[in-house]
Design a protein around this ligand. Structure first.
Ligand code: ADP
Ligand code: SR1
Ligand code: MG
Ligand code: MG
Ligand code: MG
Length: 418
């Protein structure tokens, strides 16, 4: 019974823990003294151990009862490990090539053991800072998002299955509330959590909090995030949740997963690519020295959206004979009506995605959790310049998203905000 109780691990305790779980010990091979264990968690929330044995390797992830980057003063549910495990399993079912396989989940211990995405895999954000091109990224991420979102939605499921799945994910409410607070509220008000490059951005932050049009937009987006039960989201799909090589892409860390609006995941990925785009001036050896790379990032945003839309539509067309309950064949009974329904759906999703992307950019510049792309720019004036451009681009995207009808048009705006 004692073994079933929660206790936080350290490297030594992690090794003892693994020795008690036969399938994991067997996977590693040898005995505990042969295992190399290292805590590598660089995220905001949890502890992550890479374990390498004579036969094999694994990653052990444990949630602690607080937010790691803040400390014990911000208590946080251990249940996030349960939602992460469930989401990883569901994603693995749908797109096994893009998700590390789960080997073991221990609910009371809030511990997940999963496949180690071995070197040369690195966190995408780090690759983008180094200026590395990932030729398969847009293709892989459009595969991942189109399949996970389509097959968990009412386009593929009947209302019973969809509601049951949504009900199960609804209990991840504490994590949703964290997102509500740090993405949709705090950036637009005075809050002790907030920080920004000061004094350079003081005026920009003041203007943001007085921007009534922007506040009206973020209210709508927050309501959509809280109220829309559309599909199973990853919930934190930034470039720190993606590990890559030139040929492989793995999505990790879905602890914020819940049934929400599809645009929140699509927007997260797009937002973090755009943040990488605006941070390039801070990483290039010479002024404008990363121009080609910036071009590649913009092309990736565009390829991602275009491929996502095409793949999502393909799944929709393919499932015509066994569709979900959203568009029943007796009603959607001609090519014209299907085409119109699809057009409306994709337009709305595009608009949502741009809005959520903007919200996610703004929170990374003025809220609690910043991104390495910008934080690692040593010259504070250069950093502030990159941040101001990103902020202005986000404000424009959030306010004009209804008028932007294509990714090419949105891309043009990005090029203009310099
Ligand atoms: P958090 O929830 O705290 O953000 P993450 O799941 O993002 O934690 O993991 C933190 C870090 O641990 C990642 O940035 C990555 O470097 C490493 N990591 C996590 N899972 C794996 C994995 N399956 N394979 C290799 N490295 C991993
Ligand atoms: C306290 S906010 C921490 C942030 O890190 C996670 O990865 C999520 O993005 C969350 O908003
Ligand atoms: Mg993470
Ligand atoms: Mg996480
Ligand atoms: Mg984000």
């Amino acid at each position: 019974e004692e073994r079933r109780k929660y206790r936080p691990l350290d490297e030594k305790a992690a090794s003892e823990y693994l020795a008690m779980v036969a399938p994991l010990a067997e996977r590693l091979g040898g005995s505990p003294q042969d295992w190399n264990i290292k805590e590598v968690g660089d995220g905001n929330m949890n502890f992550v151990y890479i374990v390498v044995g004579p036969r094999g390797s694994l990653v052990l992830k444990q949630a602690l009862p607080y937010v790691r980057c803040v400390g014990e003063s911000w208590a946080m549910t251990l249940e996030r490990a349960y939602f992460e495990a469930n989401a990883l399993r569901k994603e693995f079912e749908l797109v096994p090539e893009y998700v590390p396989e789960i080997f073991h989940f221990d609910h009371p211990m809030a511990v997940i053991a999963m496949r180690y995405c071995e070197p040369p895999h690195i966190i995408l954000r780090k690759g983008l800072i180094q200026g590395i091109v990932y030729p398969r990224l847009a293709d892989h991420m459009s595969d991942f998002t189109s399949k996970t979102l389509f097959f968990s939605s009412l386009l593929a499921l009947d209302t019973h299955k969809h509601k049951m799945a949504a009900a199960q994910s609804y209990a991840n409410v504490e994590m949703c509330r964290l997102t509500e607070q740090v993405i949709f509220s705090e950036p637009y008000m005075e809050a002790p959590n907030n920080r920004w490059t000061s004094p350079q951005l003081d005026e920009d932050v003041r203007a943001l909090r007085e921007d009534i049009e922007l506040k009206a937009e973020i209210a709508e987006l927050k309501a959509r995030f809280c109220e829309r039960t559309q599909a199973l989201l990853h919930g934190d799909l930034h470039t720190g949740s993606i590990m890559v090589t030139e040929t492989s892409t793995k999505v990790i860390d879905p602890e914020f997963s819940f049934y929400g609006p599809m645009g929140f995941d699509l927007g997260a990925f797009i937002a973090n690519l755009i943040l990488a785009y605006y941070s390039q001036d801070g990483h290039s050896a010479t002024e404008g020295g990363r121009e080609d790379y910036r071009g590649w990032i913009l092309q990736t945003v565009s390829d991602f959206w275009t491929s996502f839309a095409a793949k999502f539509k393909r799944e929709w067309d393919r499932s015509r004979d066994s569709p979900g309950d959203a568009y029943v064949p007796a009603v959607y009974n001609s090519p014209e009506v299907i085409e119109l329904a699809q057009k409306r759906f994709m337009e709305e999703l595009f608009c949502d995605s741009l809005g959520f992307a903007a919200a996610k950019m703004i929170r990374r510049i003025v809220g609690i959790a910043h991104v390495e792309d910008l934080e690692s720019i040593a010259n504070v004036d250069v950093r502030a310049k990159c941040e101001r451009r990103a902020l202005n681009c986000a404000k424009l995207l959030m306010k004009q998203r209804r008028k932007l009808s294509s990714i090419a048009e949105a891309q043009l705006k990005l090029r203009i905000v310099q």
